[in-house]
Write a protein that binds this ligand. Structure first.
Ligand code: LLP
Length: 419
């Protein structure tokens, strides 16, 4: 359920007609619905309230916009961050350092130090080497870093290969077989307090079974560690719950997910930590675009829009589907390919798809673009960096400016020896 609905024949974001924002801010532009974001944050939180002790850390990578993070901070979320940049955003949004989990497969020494100095609540370690480095940095500061060990449970997540993270051959975490010895060695270091395990098997998961299998394996490991006298008080179960991108898809609800977690972790006696991204942010955003022109193609016309793969990379990267709907639908349909202006064929949003009929100058949106949308935007083809707007009832605000190519050009320099 989201707040992007037709009212009087015009697609609205809450109470604001989308054509008004397009006219005033320009296109392409991302629009987020405050009501939808708040609702998703609450639905997820309320679903997990059947569990005894829960820590929620929003996966900042899915939507790092400062206003979005502020909404989630007000809803009681901490953050899962994977770089110093994301950590600074979460802190800037008012999240408490102790509520931040620092994940990421390649945290540099400088990032580990920055995390320690900020007082980050938990570092999710991806290797023994990283743990030893963190312990040394903490010991040198006379403190102990709080950490969990990310384990690769070697399960098939059943999602797109590029966003699957829990198979043994993936780069994430330490191998399941070696996890216990690594945990024991790290626990013995003076600069570190090992308090638990972390797992994340992939994103856009359509079924609960792979998660259930992964959690079962993590439970076994937890028991093994405790049997060796090691301390485990926290278990980080990651993110990954998928969302429907098409009307005919069904996905497990947060309530079904929570019931599975409750069952899988019944006798664990730990604080359970979660890192949801897409399930919170996905449906809270759309990308608004204007049709530049419609040109003839061999099998069907090309609808050339002013958004491109640099603004929304998911279709080009993962063959992802985003519904394309007109802002003022006429009721007529057409079969067309929707493409952006960028000079490569991967800049295609929809291939020979049945869509609302559109013509040059019309506005349309790509739906379910609130997660992994603006955050993955870039300036390829020297295009502007796409702006973001948040709507709240009948008001809206620009929450990220369009960054002009001139500003990017101004940050580049011709060395003296080329002048
Ligand atoms: N925790 C960790 C350690 C992660 O790596 C991720 C996502 C999450 C949590 C959040 O997962 P979510 O709940 O959003 O599924 N760009 C891709 C998705 C990449 C996901 C990367 N990791 C896409 O557009 O589909």
């Amino acid at each position: 359920m989201d707040h992007f609905q037709l009212k009087h024949g015009i697609l609205h974001a809450e109470d604001v007609p989308i054509d008004r924002i397009a006219d005033e801010v320009g296109t392409p532009v991302y629009i987020y619905s405050h009501a939808t974001l708040t609702r998703h944050a609450r639905v997820f939180r309320d679903a997990l309230s059947i569990l005894p002790r829960v820590h929620l850390a929003f996966a900042v990578k899915s939507n790092p916009n400062l206003a979005v993070l502020k909404v989630l901070q007000r809803e009681g979320y901490g953050a899962d961050v994977v770089s110093e940049g994301e950590m600074r955003r979460a802190l800037a949004a008012g999240m408490r350092a102790q509520d931040i989990v620092f994940s990421g497969v390649g945290k540099s020494a400088a990032e580990l130090a920055a995390g320690l100095e900020a007082g980050i609540g938990q570092f999710n370690l991806e290797s023994e080497e990283e743990g030893a480095e963190l312990a040394a940095l903490a010991a040198a500061r006379g403190i102990r870093a709080v950490a969990a060990l990310r384990v690769n449970p070697d399960v098939e997540a059943g999602t797109h290969a590029k966003i699957s993270t829990g198979k043994a051959e993936n780069k994430f975490g330490v191998s399941y077989e070696r996890a216990a010895e690594i945990y024991a060695r790290l626990s013995a270091l003076p600069g570190i307090e090992m308090r638990g395990l972390a797992v994340h098997i992939g994103s856009q998961l359509a079924r609960l079974e792979p998660l259930r299998d992964a959690f079962a394996r993590m439970g076994e490991l937890m028991r093994l560690l405790r049997g060796q006298g090691l301390c485990v008080t926290h278990m980080d179960l990651g993110g990954g719950l998928g969302v429907p991108y098409r009307a005919d898809e069904t996905f497990p609800s947060p309530a079904e997910y929570a019931a599975m977690v409750a069952e899988a972790t019944r006798d664990w006696d730990v604080t359970l930590m979660f890192e949801p991204g897409r399930v919170i942010a996905g449906n809270t955003g759309v990308l608004v675009t204007r049709v530049i022109r419609v040109k003839a193609g061999v099998n069907c016309p090309f609808v050339v829009v002013d958004a491109a793969m640099n603004d929304l990379a998911r279709p080009a990267l993962y063959d992802a589907w985003h519904d394309f709907v007109a802002v003022r639908p006429s009721g007529r349909r057409m079969v067309a390919s929707v493409v952006g202006p960028i000079c490569e064929s991967s800049d295609t949003f929809a291939k020979e798809r049945d869509i609302d009929a559109v013509a040059a100058g019309d506005l349309a949106v790509f739906r379910t673009a609130g997660a992994y949308g603006a955050t993955m935007a870039n300036t390829y083809n020297s295009r502007p960096l796409v702006p973001e707007v948040m709507v709240d009832g009948s008001r809206y605000a620009i929450v990220a400016d369009r960054i002009d190519p001139a500003a990017i050009l101004a940050a580049e320099h011709v060395p003296d020896w080329l002048a």
